[in-house]
Design a protein around this ligand. Structure first.
Ligand code: AMP
Ligand code: MG
Length: 406
């Protein structure tokens, strides 16, 4: 036990993540959809190419297609035709002949090399070669990118724009993807007022749902927004029950700590089960994970920065696993602390920072203003997390800091 730990009995963040990943079963249902509609979806089957890419040997240059052996002790060939991309030269090229060829055009039968235009002179129908290439020069081989039968993209891959192009390049227009995840979102708190309405005494504007719904847009999910629910056990229970019956995952924010109006844990004990509800993460210690009816449940803390950070660090792996995606931990970069960074041992700290390069190309990072868990501008104006190890204390100026750029 660490003497200086804020609160004993907290689950280290990596244990929390592996605990959740071990329990969650990915959705199995899949559907066939148009490739053009598949951005952001997760592949349910490997994509296998039925063709070679490129399909034929073709030219990487504008120039002349030649037989290499013709140029061993001769530098002039007779021009007998043209090969364009999409319009191949149909006949066989004979000894002493060459073909005008454009980039992407199929290498004519009988030729084996391409000499770039810049290394030639042309005199009526005779081409003079000023430089003799190696055999096979400037020829892109059939199948050099992808071979027939190759797996082009594996099951569990989240489709990016580049994957869409790769799949299109093998002629496939329909893909099998896992269905969307149904995610329910509930904000809790008597004080929460929707933006656009007047604020009564003691109230604040509800903002977490705006961040979380927007963050959810980067996943293959359908959002069920259950709005703001008052701190009233009956109302909360009814909404939680409905969400648990309709969704694959329910996210709530607020009411998850141990205050008098914090009912989330009690309701979960009635309607489901809680695996853990205290994680060694700062901000965000009260983070609950469990089951609610048919759904998985993540109870996020209400403080705006805490709910944002716990979403990114703890809910992201849950969404990846649920949606069938291969889990990819977020990579770190290393920067040097530009000043003293305050930290108490006990929890992994995700402070909001600004990283930059100095004139020597060195990477530095400094905290972005106040780090309180209610100070949303600390995230909005930052460009990275500074990830400070659970057991670490203050980071001195010049020491290495792991950062995760936003
Ligand atoms: P709680 O976790 O319910 O104790 O809330 C902690 C703090 O976060 C309180 O100051 C709440 O007013 C605030 N809070 C809770 N939910 C939200 C929300 N959805 N939007 C903005 N602030 C919130
Ligand atoms: Mg509350």
């Amino acid at each position: 036990m660490i003497e200086t730990c804020d609160t004993p009995g907290l689950l280290p963040i990596q244990s929390a993540i592996s605990n959740m990943l071990k329990q969650i079963i990915s959705v199995l249902e899949s559907e066939h959809i148009e490739l053009g509609e598949s951005l952001g979806r997760v592949l349910a089957e490997n994509v296998v190419s039925q063709i070679n890419v490129p399909p034929n040997d073709n030219s990487a240059m504008d120039g002349y297609a030649v037989r290499y052996e013709d140029l061993i002790d001769n530098n002039q060939l007779k021009l007998v035709g043209t090969a364009l991309a999409g319009t191949p030269f149909k006949n066989k090229v004979l000894a002493g002949q060459c073909i005008r060829i454009m980039t992407g055009a199929v290498i004519p039968q009988g030729t084996d090399s391409v000499v770039m235009q810049e290394n030639t002179d042309i005199k009526s129908d005779v081409v003079v070669f000023k430089q003799i290439p190696e055999c096979g020069n400037s020829v892109r081989r059939a199948g050099e990118d992808i071979q027939q039968g190759n797996v082009v993209v594996t099951k569990g891959t989240r489709l990016t724009p580049a994957y869409l192009a790769l799949i299109a390049s093998v002629g496939i227009v329909e893909v099998s993807v896992f269905r969307h995840i149904k995610v329910g979102l509930i904000a809790t708190g008597d004080e929460l007022t929707p933006p656009g309405q007047p604020l009564s005494d003691g109230a604040i504007y509800e903002s977490n749902r705006y961040a979380i719904s927007a963050l959810l847009k980067t996943f293959p999910v359908v959002l069920f927004d259950f709005g703001i629910v008052k701190d009233n056990k009956e109302d909360l229970k009814a909404v939680f029950e409905q969400a648990g019956n309709h969704c694959d995952l329910v996210l709530s924010c607020g009411g998850v700590s141990v205050g008098d109006a914090d009912y989330v844990k009690e309701i979960l004990d009635d309607l489901g089960s809680i695996s853990f509800w205290k994680v060694a993460i700062k901000p965000g210690k009260p983070f609950a994970f469990g089951q609610l009816g048919n759904a998985w449940f993540c109870g996020l803390p209400g403080n705006p920065v805490s709910s944002y950070v716990t979403f990114e660090q703890l809910v992201t792996p849950v969404l990846q696993k649920l949606s069938g995606q291969t889990y990819l931990p977020t990579p770190y970069f290393v920067a040097k602390a530009a000043c003293l960074i305050k930290k108490r041992p006990g929890r992994t700290d995700y402070q909001r920072g600004i990283f930059y390069r100095d004139e020597h190309g060195k990477l530095w990072v400094k905290p972005n203003g106040k780090q309180g868990s209610g100070i949303m501008s600390s995230i909005a104006h930052a460009n990275c997390y500074m990830v400070l190890e659970q057991n670490a204390d203050d980071v001195q100026q010049g020491e290495a800091v792991n950062i995760q750029p936003f």
